[in-house]
Ligand binder design. Structure first.
Ligand SMILES: [Zn+2]
Length: 497
């Protein structure tokens, strides 16, 4: 009797011991898992920051090279003001740099990101974004000189552009461009262009979104796809710049003697002031460091060149380089480009070229079997090339003279909120959805089956779903907190301009 009781007790002990071991094992596994997720987050973050910085660095390099070529052209024209042939050849070189330089940054962004990731990360990147880029590349390659009526900035540009993009897609893409500027873009607001709307339809639906954004009427009035207002007009953007990490330049055909802040800089205090002389002094003082060019400028007939029209590359001060876009508030990044605790130094207070990137890795590859709500580890980063020109009295912004000059010294990370980031979507299907699926949907009510946004819309088209929303809001609508939810404002979709 005692013997069997003893055996029973030792049996219980074994069961207990096994239970403890299993629990212990689970704890260890969970910790390893947690550790892997945390360290992946760090790697993805580093990859994102590094990619934004190298894209921005290439923006600076591109603009410096364009600036040097402006000066080389000036020097040549001073020697022979009738040498239009050389001027046009140099202008084409600048156009080539303006279009393709940022793509070099796109390549560079990929390689620095790859270096920051582990072999396992790289295996799980997926090919979605690469396919998007490849599709885009093929449109330009096949489109020849015209792509959807967008003229080439120089002859053969679309083929070069397409081939480079395709190569990029083929070598592997981990970094997405976060401030892509399509040559065609929607110029205006539409609820179907608001990512917040699709988020609200997710599981569980965020019915309060409709309350917060004043769209409850939509839940009542909507019948079918024909209820939607038309999409805003597509507008064409200048094709001088790359769609990816574009630097916001324009090519003009003008006499340098007429450089002044004219209608392009509305609202600028110095409006109408003639800066030609100031530019000239700057070049004479060798303040712009281009070997020998400035001293050459001294020796020749300025008058002639100043009054003749030639092609030049200018900053697009009517758009990207308008000064009041940025709301630099304070700095947590030392004294550059900010003075500690104060507002930004005037010479750095400009918008213009910046680079936003997104790096994301599926988290599921680190937590097999565990379903996570946010199933990707995502990092958004933005950076910007900074620089200034030094005139006699002070440092001024790089676009002070409108003419592109070599002025950029470094690239720094900037907060995403003040960057020109346009797509906050982690899902690479967003652009395809708004540019390809939506026009078809509004026109005929048909939706693509393999697109997550289209699936959201199928759900929305179900009247029972919308009724559930109305019922929910009737019951709990008062509990919707106005202050909750960031992207829910009307206009949460930022105009990509
Ligand atoms: Zn879609």
């Amino acid at each position: 009797m005692t013997c069997s009781a003893q055996r029973a007790r030792s049996g219980q002990a074994i069961i207990l011991l096994m239970a403890v071991m299993v629990i212990g094992l689970l704890v260890v596994m969970w910790n390893v898992d947690l550790h892997r997720i945390v360290s992946t987050k760090v790697r993805v973050g580093n990859a994102g920051d590094a990619s934004a910085q190298s894209a921005a660095r290439w923006q600076g390099i591109t603009m410096n090279m364009v600036g040097e070529l402006n000066l080389v052209q000036a020097a040549l024209l001073l020697e022979d003001p009738d040498d239009y042939g050389s001027a046009y050849e140099i202008a084409e070189l600048r156009s080539r740099l303006t279009l393709l330089g940022p793509l070099m940054g796109f390549f560079d962004a990929q390689s620095v990101a790859f270096l920051n990731l582990s072999a396992n990360d790289r295996q799980h990147i997926g090919s979605g974004y690469a396919n998007t880029l490849r599709d885009r590349a093929n449109q330009f390659i096949r489109g020849g000189g015209f792509y959807y009526g967008i003229p080439e900035p120089y002859r053969g540009a679309w083929l070069e552009y397409g081939v480079l993009l395709k190569e990029l897609a083929d070598v592997g893409v981990v970094v997405q461009c976060g401030n892509t500027r399509r040559y065609y873009f929607y110029n205006g607001y539409h609820i179907l262009l608001d990512p917040g709307f699709y988020d609200a339809l997710g599981y569980p639906p965020d019915w309060c979104w409709f309350e917060r954004t004043g769209n409850t009427e939509l839940l009542n009035d909507y019948q079918d796809a024909s209820s939607w207002p038309n999409l805003p007009d597509l507008q064409r953007r200048s094709s001088v710049n790359s769609e990816y990490f574009g630097v916001g330049l324009r090519q003009v055909y003008t006499a340098l003697g007429s450089i002044e802040d004219g209608e392009d800089n509305e609202g600028d205090d110095d409006s109408g002031e003639d800066r030609t002389e100031e530019l000239w002094n700057l070049l004479e003082e060798d303040a712009v460091d281009v070997k020998g060019v400035s001293s050459l400028l001294l020796e020749f007939n300025q008058e002639y060149m100043m009054s003749n029209r030639y092609p030049w590359h200018f900053y697009d001060t009517g758009g990207d380089w308008s000064g009041d876009f940025y709301k630099w508030v304070t700095s947590d990044s030392g004294d550059f480009p900010f003075r500690d605790g104060e507002t930004v130094l005037p010479e750095f207070n400009y918008s213009g070229a910046d680079a936003s990137t997104t790096v994301s890795i599926p988290a599921t590859s680190y937590t097999p079997g565990i379903h996570m709500q946010a199933n990707r580890i995502v990092w958004h980063a933005s950076a910007k090339p900074f620089g200034y020109l030094e005139t006699e009295e002070e440092r001024v912004v790089p676009h002070y003279f409108d003419l592109v000059l070599p002025a950029f010294h470094q690239a720094r990370l900037i907060p995403n909120g003040i960057s020109s980031r346009t797509n906050y979507e982690d899902d690479e299907g967003w652009e395809e959805h708004i540019y390809e699926h939506l026009p078809e949907y509004i026109e005929n009510g048909t939706l693509q089956g393999d697109c997550s946004y289209c699936r959201d819309l199928m759900l929305w088209n179900n009247s029972a779903f919308r009724r559930a929303g109305r019922d929910w809001l009737r019951k709990y609508g008062d509990s919707c907190d106005e202050s909750v939810g960031g992207s829910g404002q009307p206009g949460g979709y930022r105009d990509p301009r």
